[in-house]
Design a binder for this molecule. Sequence first.
Ligand code: PHE
Length: 380
Amino acid sequence: MKRRHFAIPAFAAAIAAIGFTGCKGGGGDKIKVGEFASLTGKEATFGTSSHEGTLLAIEELNAAGGVLGKKLELLTEDDQSKAGEPANAVNKLISKDGVVAILGEVASSRSLEAAPICQQSQIPMISPASTNPSVTQAGDYVFRACFTDPFQGAALANFSTGTLKATKVAMLTDVKSDYSKGLAKCFKEKFLANGGTLTTELDYNGGDKDFKAQLTTIKNGNPQAVFVPGYYTDVALIAIQAKDLGLTVPLFGGDGWESSVLLDIGKEAMNGHYFSTHCAADQGTPKMTAFVEAYKKRFGGKVPDAMAVLGYDSAMLLADSIKRAGTTEGPKLRDAIAATKDFEGVSGKFSLNADRDAVKALVFIKIDGGKFTYTATVNP
Ligand code: PHE
């Protein structure tokens, strides 16, 4: 977090939250909603987008009179894309600010850090976009508004062997990211079951700048495609260096690729590559088209990415659950979120399953001519 303060151990946060139930968060004239996001640092576009989507939802809800007769107040903490900061942020939001629920994060490693604190404090947490299965395994107060990586990994494996007709594939994984490791594992399982062979499996550390050694080994294995389950800043450099080395086969990855910065850094080296993600601004559904217009109007003509949409959906899901619960009390709100069925999100219609994960479709994007183009939807 940017502001200086002392980290509060999780058990103290829990005691504080329980001690103040009834007079904090939901008890005043406003309902306080906490959000932690990577507004700065390595994955700044993830947090900026999810925050803007969340903010737009809160503003729309307040313009329509709020929830349970009260306006919503969004309190946002920047975790700077850094390990250690999510715990600080969430401890502060819960024990000092007295929020009734937490929205965040996009990156799985950072959601994993915050989830046990929310669980112990009995404050529901909804991750808009973290896809690693372990996030919601932190406990029954932790939810997500997105699909999980067993689904995404299998869809990517089918995309490889089916659409790309690539059965000999190399894989390059970020060992510093729970998301990357989890997606690599899920992809591999289904890809091998489909009859595929992994020509090379190599690692990097998120934030590395030089991938030439790994890419040279990968090239020597003659793959038909390279699977790169990483985040956009690393992926863009990988694509540039692959091109420089004459490794010209398609690269493909998951939702971690999604950022306009991927194209800003990678430029023409990104053309001809593919990724899966949660939704696409040009997917043509009426809800999406209306959202794109509202978002552009609010944020200076900017086209929303998947994190913006999921930020919006997670805030709307929380508001809908507070209405259905009729209260902001932790256990009742928890039950209402868990009971979510056929929620009409901008990202698509979804229900939460018994594991508190959203069951919903994903989309594939092709990068060509320096832009992202929606190509296909895969249903669960
Ligand atoms: N799913 C990624 C993770 O779990 C985060 C992400 C979501 C990235 C949506 C881009 C788009 O870490």
